[in-house]
Unconditional design. Sequence first.
Length: 213
Amino acid sequence: MRKYWVITFGCQMNKSDSERIATVLENIGYKNASNINEADLIVVNMCSVRQSAVDRVYGLIPKFRKLREKNPNLKTILTGCVLKKDKPKFAKGFDQILKFKDLFQYQPKYQNKPVVFIPISNGCNWACAYCVVPFTRGRLICRDHKEILKTRSGYWDDAKVGVAGPPIELEEGTTSGLPFLFFVVILSLDFLTKLYGRRKCKEDLNCWLEIKN
C-alpha cells in the first residue's frame, strides 16, 4: 500500500487543513507512514506569513532529493499558503503545487485527540500590508453555524472550548482533565468590532467562551 507523510507549517488553520488532507489521501488509498523515510508521497502544507517559514520549506528540497535516491517513485506536493511570487521557485523542487479545495466537506483525521481544531471561517476581506491571508486563502467565507455546532457535537461533549487567533487571549490550563476544543478563525476587523465589549457569550454548546478585553 502506498504511504503518505504530511509536513505542516504555520497556524492552527493549516493544522486543521492537514488533518483533512490526510482524509483525502486515505480516501484514495494511501496509508499514513510511520516516518518520512517510508513515504511514497510527501505533502508540505506551507505558511507564508514569515519569511523564515518560507525558507524552511525551501530547505526541505535537498532532503527530498536524498529521499528520492532510495525511493525513485517518491512524489512531493506543495500546498497551503503559497504566494504567487514564490511558485516558480518552488516548482523546481516539488512535483506539484496544488490547492486543495472544499476541505470543509471532509471529516478530519485528528492527529492529537485531546485537541480538536474546528474552523469556522476561511480567508479574509481585508488587505493588511503585513498579512498574506487574503492573497493565499482568498476572500472571507464563513461556515454555517449549524454545521459548526454539528461538528462539535460529535466530539467530546464535555470539552472545554477556546477561541484561537489574535488578539484574543485564552484562559490557560484545563479543568478536570478535560480536553481543549479550539475554534479556529481568521479574524477580520468587522468580526472583532462585534466581538469586543462582550465579556462572556453563551453558545448553544452550553460552554463559555472567556474573552479578555
